[in-house]
Design a protein around this ligand. Structure first.
Ligand code: PA5
Length: 426
């Protein structure tokens, strides 16, 4: 399990501290599946279900995808996009995610920008590629248009029947335009389970197929996630999901209505985007919710650092740290000490990064920004699984504590109604 540190937050909360009794009630509601939206709590046992059902087929499809080309275009938006990108960037690096054991994964269908589409085709060049289109509803405009474009690209390169061999669909098991198209065309199909909402679906085929195609060990991810979700059932204040949920709810009640998620690993950027969707869509309703924001340190210390230190005091900060680097590296010795930094020569960069992090936490806490620390052993499959399970469980507990249904997103429909009305000229 991840470790949560509330050292930099408790002083802001007064003598009573986080409300663990409320966290316990919310957690019980979640586990008994008795709260609002309980029909969407399938993610609680999703990893075990994947191990028992689709996992082998996903591995086989991923192997085929890797044999078919060096690039995979993943078409999707929101919960049908962010989890896979978060995993691949975290575990494979932000912009160079191709490895000898995996395809390079590109994401499309999350924008209507013609320039982005053009740049993607340039980047792809004449490499062989495949397409995985992902949409639970099967009717979302951005990925539907993205899929049109991707299919046209395939057909230009491989012809109609060749294109068919290179399309993989992840969608509802029974209904929807994409489902019907996949059945009619005979595309290999993977399922977004009925009882799992988009933003909780990363450990289904939605995330696992792109991850496996990129060469990530999804069997390890699933095995770790099964263990994590079991451990997160713990019903005491030692449960890190209770600690995080109760702390942020308490801080929000005290006026800290914006939470900034920070990490010192650039490859964490899309984990933060995934987290923003998870918490934003789950909690932001009925006039309630903590605004989820993110920063990428050290870079943003030199852009957002001023605001966080000195701006409006409605902020709390949550810092994710990986205890061990994958590739340790020490500061080199420089002849003549031209920059005066030889006192750091031989010191591990991680060690320096940790000092910088602790210095930032101390400064921000002193400046009135409570700090929650989240510690993960390593930026590997186990670390990814631990973060996903922890954030999902804590999100549901936190949303139930604030009295909202964590699993619906009625607000997303408003723009869609307007957009379709305006597109049809009504
Ligand atoms: O979390 C959600 O449910 C949403 O963000 C959806 O994932 C997003 O709107 C995309 O929907 P769909 O997968 O139906 O295309």
């Amino acid at each position: 399990m991840v470790k949560v540190s509330l050292e930099g937050a408790l002083a802001f909360m007064g003598p009573e501290g986080p409300d663990y009794a409320a966290a316990e009630r919310a957690h019980r509601t979640l586990l008994q599946r008795s709260g609002a939206g309980s029909e969407f709590t399938g993610w609680l046992d999703l990893p075990q279900r994947m191990a028992d059902t689709e996992l082998k087929d996903i591995l086989a499809a991923a192997q085929r995808i890797r044999q078919q080309g060096q690039a995979l275009l993943v078409v999707g938006i929101g919960g049908s996009y962010l989890g896979a990108r978060a995993a691949i960037e975290l575990l494979r690096g932000a912009s160079h995610n191709q490895t000898s054991d995996g395809a390079q994964v590109y994401f499309m269908g999350n924008t209507l920008s013609p320039d982005a589409l053009y740049e993607l085709t340039q980047e792809l060049g004449d490499r062989d590629f495949t397409v995985n289109v992902i949409s639970k509803s099967g009717g979302t405009l951005e990925p539907a248009l993205g899929f049109r474009a991707a299919k046209a690209m395939l057909e230009r390169k491989y012809g109609k029947s060749g294109a068919k061999e290179r399309i993989y669909v992840t969608t509802d098991a029974r209904r929807g335009i994409l489902h019907d198209t996949a059945v009619a065309e005979g595309y290999p199909r993977f399922t977004v389970p009925d009882d799992v909402g988009g933003r909780f679906s990363v450990l289904s085929a939605v995330g696992l197929l792109p991850m496996a195609a990129a060469g990530i060990d999804i069997e390890a991810v699933i095995a770790c996630a099964i263990r994590e979700l079991q451990e997160l059932r713990l019903s005491t204040p030692d449960n890190p999901a209770w600690q995080y949920a109760a702390a942020r709810q308490k801080l929000c009640a005290l006026g800290k209505t914006t939470e900034i998620l920070a990490c010192y690993e650039p490859s964490f950027r899309f984990m933060a985007e995934w987290w923003k969707q998870l918490y934003g869509e789950s909690e932001g309703k009925n006039g309630l919710g903590i605004y989820p924001a993110s920063v990428e340190y050290n870079a943003d210390l030199h852009s957002m650092g001023q605001y966080i230190q000195d701006g409006p005091r409605c902020l709390m900060e949550t810092v994710v740290s990986f205890d061990r680097p994958l590739h340790p590296c020490a500061v080199p010795f420089a002849e003549g000490d031209p920059d005066g930094l030889n006192y750091l020569a031989g010191r591990e960069l991680t060690d320096i990064q940790n000092v910088a992090r602790d210095a930032v936490v101390a400064a921000h806490v002193a400046g009135g920004v409570p700090n929650i620390g989240i510690h993960v052993p390593c930026r590997d499959e186990a670390g990814f699984a631990a973060l996903v399970c922890f954030f999902e469980a804590a999100c549901a507990v936190s949303a139930y504590m604030s009295g909202v249904n964590p699993f619906d997103q009625p607000g997303v429909e408003a723009y869609k109604k307007n957009m379709f009305r305006m597109l049809k000229g009504e």
